[in-house]
Design a protein. Structure first.
Length: 267
């Protein structure tokens, strides 16, 4: 490591000599452009929504209220392809916003890497989650939070333990039940009769017996999705900032990152 007392907790902007993004001439300009881009994006989507419905209403009227149905279809197509969120005009606003966010993020990356370059003398790796950075290598760990103008650096000796855990956060189950029914019936009718001459009348007696069998089967299919997240903690003996914690979503890429940091930083 370079000539700096470690572990240490510092102001990121003071340590790097680079002001926060908002404190630079370019940064102030970019920040203003970012705010303008965000406002333009929201206002642009609102305008697109209004124009889309205008096109649909006018197109519907022209299509069904006049003989020029093809012109109505064309107007509705313009409304869909030009003014929906995936349309041409909306895409333009989104690209402007993405470009402004990209410039902002590149400046934050520059701050974090400049700090690490002045602390580590060997190669290091780094990951970013939001505006927080973990820069790590065989020499130790640098934690950067650009929102808080915070830089915390640890040498390997200060790190006492490193833990990782895949934590179950909940589950969601969907189910579908289907039923199948089968019924069988069988009956037998027996009739007995007698003729009474003195009554000039025939009397009969019927007896019916039957058997009914019904069977129903129900099948329930369920699908349960389990949710997890990764908890990664670095425990140190530095009293001013004894613990660095990272909570990230559960996917293959994040799992690889956690395993790599664990393998490098674990004492």
């Amino acid at each position: 490591m370079n000539n700096i007392q470690l572990p240490n907790k510092l102001s990121l902007s003071q340590f790097t000599g680079l002001p926060k993004f908002e404190g630079t001439e370019d940064g102030d300009t970019e920040r203003s452009m970012l705010n303008d881009a965000q406002n333009n994006y929201q206002a642009g989507l609102k305008r697109c929504k209004i124009l889309k419905w205008i096109c649909f209403v006018v197109g519907f009227y022209v299509c069904f209220g006049t003989s020029a149905w093809y012109l109505g279809v064309l107007i509705m197509a313009v409304g869909f392809f030009g003014f929906t969120q995936s349309g041409v005009l909306a895409k333009k606003y989104k690209e402007e916003l993405s470009a402004a966010i990209g410039r902002y993020n590149r400046y934050l990356d520059k701050l974090a890497q400049y700090a690490a370059n002045n602390i580590f003398s060997e190669n290091y790796r780094w990951v970013k989650f939001g505006n927080k950075y973990m820069l790590y290598g065989r020499e130790g760990l640098v934690h950067v939070d650009t929102d808080q103008d915070l830089l915390v650096a640890y040498n390997k000796k200060a790190i006492k333990d490193v833990t990782k855990e895949r934590v179950h956060t909940g589950s969601h189950t969907t189910s579908n039940t289907t039923g199948v029914g089968v019924a069988t019936s069988r009956s037998n009718t027996q009739t007995n009769g007698n003729y009474y001459s003195y009554l000039d009348k025939f009397q009969s007696q019927s007896k019916t017996s039957g058997l009914g069998i019904g069977v129903s089967k129900a099948r329930t299919d369920s699908d349960t999705t389990e949710y997890y997240e990764w908890h990664f903690d670095v425990l140190t003996d530095y009293i001013n900032y004894p613990k660095v914690s990272l909570i990230i979503g559960d996917n293959k890429n994040n799992e690889s990152i956690v395993n790599e940091m664990y393998g490098i930083l674990k004492p």
